[in-house]
Design a protein around this ligand. Structure first.
Ligand SMILES: *[C@@H]1O[C@H](CO)[C@@H](O)[C@H](O)[C@H]1NC(C)=O
Length: 241
């Protein structure tokens, strides 16, 4: 029992040691290249999709799920960086608490933030029939396979927020430094989100590389038009294919 425990502990330590985390040795370009060059096996694609598909079909459906999962990881870090409470509702049934009219005139920055960020996520979930469970499974897989994704968001957002603060803007309710005289407004918030999207895009396009890399896969699927994506997904799930 004790031996097992010691073995497990040292194993856990080794796993942690393998995780990239120190900022001095962390190189984003290199980490993105590593992601780009990865070949995800059929088994890994299945795991990412929560083992819902057979014979390589997961590879086809994982792309929008990965896109959305990276967005959710990034937005979690973005909310953290901005001091905005985390979103805890459903993604697949996302309903905005305010109407489009109210959104256009809201001065409540949290409402504004939720509208611009969550509308995209809600649309993705509905357009590609991605469930909350799919997203959670994918995030768990991505955090395990590429912890660098979250670290890249953290590092890049820290830099971004620092840049905004240097312009005198207060970030979050507790930012009461004397030099922070300017209150964040919708314009600055949108700029932050726009730059965030740039980070998301960089990471998502790196994961695109693994679709090119089929060397380790037994099953390859042709690029099927996304036109009837939802229908096709439904068919495959019901094992007609
Ligand atoms: C990160 O890695 C790239 C490619 O290897 C290199 O060109 C760049 O100088 C590195 N950046 C830093 C800050 O070390």
């Amino acid at each position: 029992m004790l031996i097992t425990l010691i073995f497990c502990l040292s194993f856990a330590l080794q796993i942690n040691a393998g995780v990239v985390s120190t900022s001095s040795s962390f190189n984003m370009t290199e980490e993105l290249e590593k992601i780009e060059k990865t070949c995800l096996s059929d088994e890994e694609h299945n795991e990412l999709s929560g083992n819902q598909y057979k014979r390589g079909w997961a590879t086809l459906f994982n792309s929008p799920t990965i896109s959305m999962a990276i967005d959710v990881i990034g937005q979690t870090e973005l909310r953290e960086a901005l001091g905005i409470p985390q979103y805890s509702g459903s993604y697949e049934d996302y309903k905005s608490p305010i109407s489009e009219e109210e959104f256009k005139s809201t001065s409540n920055l949290e409402e504004y933030f939720e509208w611009i960020t969550m509308s995209k996520i809600g649309d993705d979930a509905q357009n590609y029939a991605i469930t909350d469970k799919d997203v959670i499974t994918a995030i768990r897989f991505l955090d395990k396979k590429w912890p660098a994704i979250r670290i890249i968001f953290k590092n890049q957002l820290e830099e971004l927020i620092e840049r905004i603060r240097r312009q005198g803007f207060r970030i979050g309710k507790n930012d009461n430094m004397k030099s922070q005289k300017r209150k964040m407004d919708r314009k600055v918030m949108y700029k932050v989100y726009y730059e965030y999207l740039g980070i998301w895009e960089k990471i998502f396009s790196a994961t695109g590389g693994m679709y090119e890399n089929k060397a380790c896969r037994k099953y390859t699927r042709p690029d099927t038009s996304m036109l009837h994506f939802k229908t096709l997904k439904g068919c495959v799930k019901h094992t007609w294919l």
